[in-house]
Design a protein around this ligand. Sequence first.
Ligand code: SF4
Length: 365
Amino acid sequence: MLKWIYDLSYEELEKDIAHLYLPRFVADQVCRWLYEKNINDIACWSNISKKNRETLSQTYDIRLNKVLEVQADREGNRKYLIELKDKYKIEAVLIKEKKHFTMCISTQVGCALKCKFCATGRMGFKRNLSSGEILSQALLLKKDAAENSAPGQKEKINIVFMGMGEPLLNYENLSRALQLITSEKGIGISPRNITVSTAGILDGIKRLEKDFPRLKLSFSLNAPAAALREELMPISKKEKLDDILAYFRHTPRKHRVTFEYVLIKGVNDSLQDAEKTAALLRGIPCKINLIPYNPGGSGVNLESKVLLAAKRLNAPPREWGFETPAEPEVEAFCEYLHSRGYTVIIRWSKGREIKSACGQLATEI
Ligand code: SF4
């Protein structure tokens, strides 16, 4: 049976190549074709001899996962339904920004954390993605971004790990994929253009910041009071908010933490909530994204632009009983945080007339 090449680290590939009695430099050549040029047809690898290409094709499966469906909106955002080898399906999103693309990538099939207003959480947890399945999404989307760019233009790419699943509960595979995504032997995306979003897995946050100190971190806050947060995000019964914030407060880092806050009418949008939030985050270098909830659901773990794109691309499977706060309430919440010295951005959905999406990515509800 052929080995799926994307599951191999650079070092593992190098070792394999040596066992195949191929010259050492072939590992570098293979990586250049796969990750820099994004060409996964061995026949096209022109600087590798025919004999060596034959050996490679008898050893490795270099096909990326299969894209079953692509949905696009008028603004150039694209959502991909991707089939894995065991027929599970995941989703990934490519967001067209003014001067770059942002890829939103999944790390698990489903999610065990069951945040109240997240479609992925409703799927339940199926399995972790392998490092190759994470990497494969980046390569598929990179290829598509290149095909959707102006001729000759090399678009900058950001990656956000805000798709299906809690990335830090699949740390080993996330970190293996990140090695190849950030390395010069791999795709070569700068860690400062990569954001990992978490519902709050403290050990995972610590490991990530130790292993990848230049990466950006986004944390789904959504409520300043522990009781309410535990209700919206059951994981916080185990992973205590105070412990996570104490860690953020006392650990120096290269980038400010982004706190994501989905504002839900009558649930977490009062001025008292704003006051509590301001007090809670005092002393933590951070920025805050306020995301007014849209009927149909919005994901707590999505960065706003990803969220908005996902909304425009999805149709809601059901209403979840939450409501959008009125604009003056959102402004007042924002103003209060501003007045306390915070950098705050409100992310209104442009697509609110479209019955908005479940926000999160889900394939089997
Ligand atoms: S918001 Fe994130 S962590 Fe929560 S259930 Fe959804 S995918 Fe899982």
